[in-house]
Design a protein around this ligand. Structure first.
Ligand code: UD1
Length: 418
């Protein structure tokens, strides 16, 4: 198990090239089994979630080749509709495979999916939507077995704009008979990216980015060569790191409209924000005011995937911040670790009250989930003294080349074997 050693207090200066978005790339892997032709996805980040998705495809019989950052998937000889439980439990995104396996084989067998331990994360909406398309679902002993004679377009309404359920509907309805109208869809930019990818394969989907998506089933989908969008959460994390440490950090690859509320909150903190095309720059003195309130919401609200990092930033700011987590029940697991650094945080249910302290201090920290781990790095960069962050498996799931990107900005850190 590796750990990070971070010496806080160094200002950060320079530019970060943002990698392709984890949450865009993972559904594209799933979508690649919708065709027997070759699919190329450009610039896939070296993160373990992507490798795990590639492994799932291989288990199904596909050939997956990594060349530099590009991945070629040839699933002509895919013949299995069963995903081994060891892989589904490792990765939440394996749930997307339900939609694409049903489209390809009319059958899908998966174990209940895993992913970050940040709450209950049920998949009832996914299953309900698939039933509307004509799928029969049998759940027993931790397995989900789905089958259908044919998929039929339907009117579907989601009770909550779930990102994963929206993507699963796209994958299951894309070749269904007739038209599917999905209401209450999630509006995240990654869903637009999936729509673009599928349309480039020959699908007829319109409306992604809004809350009604119309999918006209097509008979066949072809191969595609596609470059996915960049990771707004990775960009947001580096901007928050720049704010916490002080200095001037620019991200390259993400458009400001995809991070609207974060940029507003950083301005509230007292940072200067500049944005042009796909470049965003944060300028920070390191001495910040706390945000009075942050509430996580589905896009375009404040992203739950940046909540922990924002909490870390506010821990060392002047004043108090009230952070409400509306998406996942247990997404404050990083709080005891920040407290080891001197943070003053009180959690009650879904809300954390943070009373900023003048300076956090270095400590030995144990990461518990992906974004919680990023929050510990944010805090360590702004803190006085040396911190160690243990258990990098979480960071490796979602941040490509974190150490070299931070070193390029002037951070003092290294990865060492424990
Ligand atoms: C995706 C993202 C994740 C992000 C989240 C919210 C991927 C791979 N992951 O996760 O990084 O934090 O969106 O922006 O894209 N829910 C149900 N029943 C369901 C489905 C969801 O109750 O069938 C609930 C969840 O428990 C949660 C809320 O809906 O409270 C939102 O979840 P959802 O949007 O589905 O998140 P994911 O797709 O899992």
């Amino acid at each position: 198990m590796d750990k990070l050693l971070i010496t806080g207090g160094e200002r950060l200066f320079g530019s970060v090239k943002v990698s392709a978005a984890k949450n865009a790339v993972l559904p594209l892997f799933a979508a690649s089994v919708l065709t027997e032709e070759r699919v190329t996805i450009r610039g896939v980040p070296k993160i373990t979630d992507a490798l795990c998705m590639a492994q799932i495809l291989r288990e199904l019989g596909a050939e997956v080749t990594f060349t530099g950052g590009d991945v070629t998937i040839d699933s002509a000889s895919s013949c299995s509709h069963e995903i081994p439980p060891s892989l589904t439990r490792e990765l939440r995104s394996s749930v997307f495979m339900l939609g694409s396996l049903l489209t390809r084989f009319r059958r899908a067998l998966i174990a209940y999916p895993g992913g970050c331990d940040i709450g209950l994360r049920p998949i009832d909406m996914h299953l309900q939507a698939l039933r509307r398309l004509g799928v029969t679902i049998d759940e027993h002993d931790g397995y989900i077995f789905c089958k259908c004679d044919c998929l039929k377009g339907a009117d579907i309404s989601l009770d909550f704009p779930s990102v994963g359920a929206t993507e699963n509907v796209l994958l299951a309805a894309v070749k269904a008979e007739g038209r599917t109208v999905l209401r209450g869809a999630a509006r995240e930019p990654e869903i637009v990216d999936l729509q673009n990818f599928l349309n480039a394969m020959g699908a007829k989907i319109a409306g992604a980015g809004g809350d009604v998506i119309v999918i006209d089933g097509v008979k066949r989908l072809s191969g595609v060569d596609y470059t996915p969008m960049k990771d707004r959460i990775e960009a947001g994390t580096y901007l928050i790191m720049g704010a916490a440490a002080g200095g001037e950090v620019e991200t390259e690859g993400v458009f400001p409209e995809n991070l609207g509320l974060l940029l507003h909150k950083l301005r509230e903190n007292g940072c200067k924000i500049g944005a042009k095309n796909d470049k965003i720059r944060v300028e920070s003195s390191g001495k910040l005011r706390a945000n009075r309130r942050i509430e996580t919401m589905p896009f375009p609200g404040f992203p739950t995937d940046l909540q922990a990092q924002a909490a870390a930033l506010n821990s060392g700011a002047e004043g108090s911040a009230l952070i409400t987590e509306n998406l996942f029940e247990t997404r404050f697991k990083y709080v005891p670790e920040l407290k080891k650094m001197g943070a003053d945080i009180e959690v009650k249910g879904r809300t954390a009250l943070i009373r900023g302290v003048p300076r956090l201090h270095g400590a030995s920290l144990l990461a518990g989930d992906l974004r919680g781990a990023a929050a510990l790095v944010v805090a360590a960069l702004g803190a006085e003294g040396v911190s160690e962050v243990l258990d990098l498996t979480h960071l490796d799931r979602g941040y490509e080349d974190l150490v070299s990107k931070l070193k390029k900005l002037g951070a003092k850190l290294r990865r060492v074997r424990v």
